[in-house]
Design a protein around this ligand. Structure first.
Ligand code: DLL
Length: 436
């Protein structure tokens, strides 16, 4: 397949030149942050560091980390590195775990963010001839505005649908012949299911690709969505703190997401010790933004657990690839002492032939953790024979035990009884937190 790039010079830049570019930008960025963010200057002072100590990327490890708690402490303006009058936009996180994070953007910051998204769209096969249906949420969430801006930059016809109203999504998709769809993977699965219910076959739509992210999703879920929509499904990663979607994106090789390294330096650290880990080892992803003016974060701890791969990619892009994040360190459940990521359970469900409609409930009864997995049956799996259901539950429970090493209570429930998600899916209810 012929490779196309949005910014060939940067995306295929030889490693040596890329490192030199990163070092030059890092020196400037550290100086900018030191001079304009008293809070970060304080952290550097505590370590006895001045901007002169950071000669290039080899010195990155000397800098202090920033985490969500620093952003909460400095809320709302404490991390702002330019006068408020130079900012043109804010975006914000959903704030489900505590105070919201507010990210600020100058026009320059918006431009570079949108370019990152444009690179992702072109890598997924997009060009000015495409019709891009953006059904990530618009508003404070970065998904809609980010992909919308990227789609404009590529010159695609952009459908700013936002999330929800699935009947209308399907009507526009069919009438305007959308070729690329952008939304969360859980909403993509829901749209696929709704199309089927309306009697459409995968080949009835004009879609060729989907750009899905904002939440963890497995390879199994990718195959499911690809089949139900008749497309190639691409992953995209990002977080509000670092602009939004487009920090990393998949190319046609689909062997990890290329991190836009001209704008972000990625490190993997041991979440307990903060020590930088060698490439190929699993740990917490840390980002340093190199170009952002308003809200530049140095060594920001994402809590996402991930692996980096620097081996060359046959797509020609030279930028490092990150594996699909397997979840956040704070999403990881510790059940009876065993570390469990919801994505592990999802893999088993799909491999066993179930759709990714499930809810995980963890509780503590008589001082012992309980794990209940509610899994929805599809209409063709549904049966009202109790014996058959019990046998299926036992088989699924054994398959999950085989992977996790702990035994869940599996409950197969009626079709459509688990709530669908139009944005990020909420799959886990940890009732232990409610009791604390
Ligand atoms: O979710 C930005 C985004 C929008 C990314 C649209 C991709 C597409 P936040 O709401 O701040 O920003 O959430 C960021 O979501 O730290 C990850 O834990 C998770 N996440 C984002 N993309 C992926 C992905 C947006 N592709 C948090 N795979 C991040 C797994 C993802 N997790």
């Amino acid at each position: 397949m012929e490779q196309r790039y949005f910014n060939k010079e940067i995306e295929t830049m030889p490693r040596g030149e890329l490192s030199a570019l990163q070092s030059e930008k890092l020196r400037k960025q550290v100086r900018h942050v030191y001079d304009s963010v008293p809070y970060y200057r304080g952290l550097m002072d505590e370590k006895g560091l001045t901007p002169e100590d950071i000669g290039g990327i080899e010195d990155l490890h000397k800098l202090p980390f920033i985490s969500k708690s620093d952003l909460r402490e400095t809320y709302p303006y404490g991390m702002l590195a330019v006068p408020l009058s130079d900012c043109v936009r804010i975006q914000s996180t959903s704030g489900t775990t505590g105070k919201r994070v507010i990210a600020y953007y100058t026009q320059h910051d918006i431009d570079l963010w949108e370019e990152c998204c444009a690179r992702a769209i072109v890598a997924a096969g997009g060009s000015k001839d495409d019709v891009v249906q953006v059904c990530y949420g618009y508003g404070l969430f970065t998904g809609g505005p980010g992909l919308n801006g990227g789609s404009h930059k590529v010159g695609c016809l952009t459908l700013p649908m936002s999330s929800g109203n699935t009947d209308r999504q399907i009507q526009f998709m069919m009438d305007l012949k959308s070729t690329i769809i952008c939304c969360t993977p859980s909403y993509a699965a829901y749209i696929g299911e709704s199309l089927k219910e309306k009697g459409y076959k995968p080949e009835d739509n004009s879609l060729k690709a989907g750009i899905f992210g904002a939440e963890p999703w497995t390879e199994e879920m990718r195959r499911d969505i690809e089949k139900s929509l008749g497309i190639k499904a691409y992953d995209i990663y990002g977080l509000t703190e670092s602009s939004g979607p487009g920090v990393a994106f998949e190319c046609s090789e689909q062997k990890g997401m290329h991190i836009n390294e001209d704008h972000f330096i990625a490190e993997i650290i041991d979440p307990d010790t903060g020590e930088v880990l060698p490439d190929g080892e699993k740990g917490e992803l840390v980002f340093t933004s190199l170009d952002k003016e308003a809200f530049p974060l140095l060594r920001y701890r994402t809590r996402d657990i991930c692996v980096l791969d620097r081996t060359p990619c046959s797509c020609g892009r030279t930028h490092v690839r990150m594996a699909k994040p397997m979840g956040r360190s704070d999403d990881m459940l510790i059940i009876r002492g065993v570390n469990v990521f919801p994505s592990q359970i999802e893999t088993v469900l799909i491999n066993e032939g179930y759709a990714p409609n499930y809810r995980i409930e963890v509780d503590r009864v008589n001082n012992s953790d309980t794990l209940d997995v509610y899994v929805e049956l599809s209409p063709d799996q549904f049966t009202d024979t109790v014996g058959a259901i019990t046998a299926m539950e036992k088989k699924l429970s054994a398959a999950i035990t085989g992977i996790l090493g702990i035994h869940p209570a599996v409950h197969l429930v009626a079709p459509k009884s688990i709530e669908r998600s139009e944005g990020k899916a909420k799959r886990v209810v940890d009732k232990r937190k409610l009791h604390d």
